[in-house]
Design a protein around this ligand. Sequence first.
Ligand code: HEM
Length: 413
Amino acid sequence: MPIKKQELQFIKELYGTKARLLWSGYLRRDPVARLQLEPGRLDPYPLYEQIRSRGRVSRTPFGHFVTVDHEICNEVLRSRDFGVGEDARDKSLSLLDLNPPDHTRLRRLVAPDFSVRTIGRYTPRIEAVLQNLIKDVPRDDPFDLVSVVAAPLPIAVIADLLGIPDADADEFARHGTEFGSALGGIQSLAHAQRLAATRKRLAEIFAGIFELRRKEPTDDVVSRIVNSDGTVRPEEMVPLCTLLLIAGFETTVNLIGNTVLALLSNPDQWRMLVEQPELAERAIEEGLRYDSPVQRTGRLATADTEVAGVPFKQGDWIMTAIGGANRDPAVFTDPARYDLHRDNAEDHLSFSGGVHYCLGAALARLEAGIALRTIVTEFPELALAGPRERRPGSLIRGMQHFPVRAPRSAVMV
Ligand code: HEM
């Protein structure tokens, strides 16, 4: 079949962008390009420091701006003079790709379902899912913390919240990885095809649930979306539910994994938590700051404006590198250190800010806090057990496989 003009254009743009990235990253060793390549996937933190040394805001090789400055990131994310658009992100991620008033219209409808109060009701369910997962953990033999605990927990909880019956954790984890890696830009034609197949499959799953909820509405968020009397347009329903589903687990899995890794890499901090499991929420907050599951986002200036004395023109695009802002020494003392007792860990920007502030922050904190408390209580002698495999892509940071071991003798202590 001959390639259509549109497809040819897509291929040209895709590989043109990739070639520019490779050129700037590997030949010119530009840190912003390297962030989006293998060096950024493996360890973005030295790259953030290189970017910081260039000034509070600097130019990228692609003519955009970049910042790892906490104050500037925070202000840009909250400013009404900046919106979403024009970055490499795949369009159609619902709320994430919308500006007010469309954004406000959709967000208002679903926000009550994610408030601290509503989410608190899920505590018993989260504890029950965890106990069920923990009982399968092999004693003495190494196991993969990601596939055994960190991934299936948030999948089960968000599937429950959206009323998806018998959610297949492995299948959803695969869909999540496709979407997650697409957030940092489509990598190849094969990647675009896999993403299209994932979208189609999720649309099929949701079509069945929508039909059910139209006929028999319940008190859940999907019933509110499909019976919203036009607040949500028909073409907005699948993208909105897809976002809630994918955002609901794709990031939380990494919050659990990254925090456990930080703790096991700092044995004094792990022991402190073993002795005081009630510090689990603090440990998660510092985990968010120290190794953010979402490393960056971006904003487009919608008007000529100024942030912390830096002028921007309408149409300027800026990469707000959250992971770098979370290690800004102007805000965090000794920022490269994981410190359970840091008194301002919650000043991190890992949930972004402004109108796009993470809708699921309360759910993520609750799930990860309970998960960490359970892990540290059940497996006080947990230890690293071999090399870890990082996820593909550098925008979402976490492990694909995380081998650990929970020695039997210690479990009985
Ligand atoms: C550790 C876990 C999580 C992290 C680090 C995280 C991070 C983020 C970030 C950084 C954004 C904003 C991106 C931007 O400003 O461009 C965001 C938005 C969002 N998150 Fe989360 N998230 C997490 C968990 C969740 C969960 C559990 C849900 C549950 C549904 C969720 C749902 C959403 C939604 C719907 C948005 C879009 C909000 C909007 O545009 O108005 N997230 N999240």
